[in-house]
Design a protein around this ligand. Structure first.
Ligand SMILES: [Zn+2]
Length: 107
């Protein structure tokens, strides 16, 4: 990991910290439940933003999509999908068993 990527991660931590602080403020002004919901929304948004930024950074360093995908899987962030009509695990855009393209993520 080179210096510029390290600096980038530091910025991301500050970004996460800031979004957490904003969440606390929202909790203070809007009450616990609404504040918590908004906090979660902001936090998830920040996580997606960071993943997108990191993927972009890794691509610029010459990593392929496959390498990044494997990295995400190691973190347990990769989503699994199951078919809504038959419950079969869906790999790709549609179900390999019944051909339905209705799927839902499995957490
Ligand atoms: Zn199916």
């Amino acid at each position: 990991m080179d210096g510029s990527l390290k600096a980038d991660m530091k910025r991301q931590m500050i970004f996460l910290g800031a979004s957490f602080a904003v969440g606390l403020l929202l909790t203070y002004f809007f009450g616990f439940y609404i504040g918590l919901a908004l906090n979660m929304a902001i936090f998830v948004g920040a996580m997606f933003y960071i993943r997108w930024r990191r993927n972009k950074a890794l691509k610029s360093l010459g990593f392929s999509d496959a390498t990044i995908g494997r990295g995400a899987m190691n973190e347990g962030l990769k989503l699994k999908y199951i078919c809504i009509s038959c419950g079969f695990e869906v790999k790709g855009t549609r179900c390999g068993k019944c051909g339905s393209n209705m799927k839902k993520p499995l957490f």
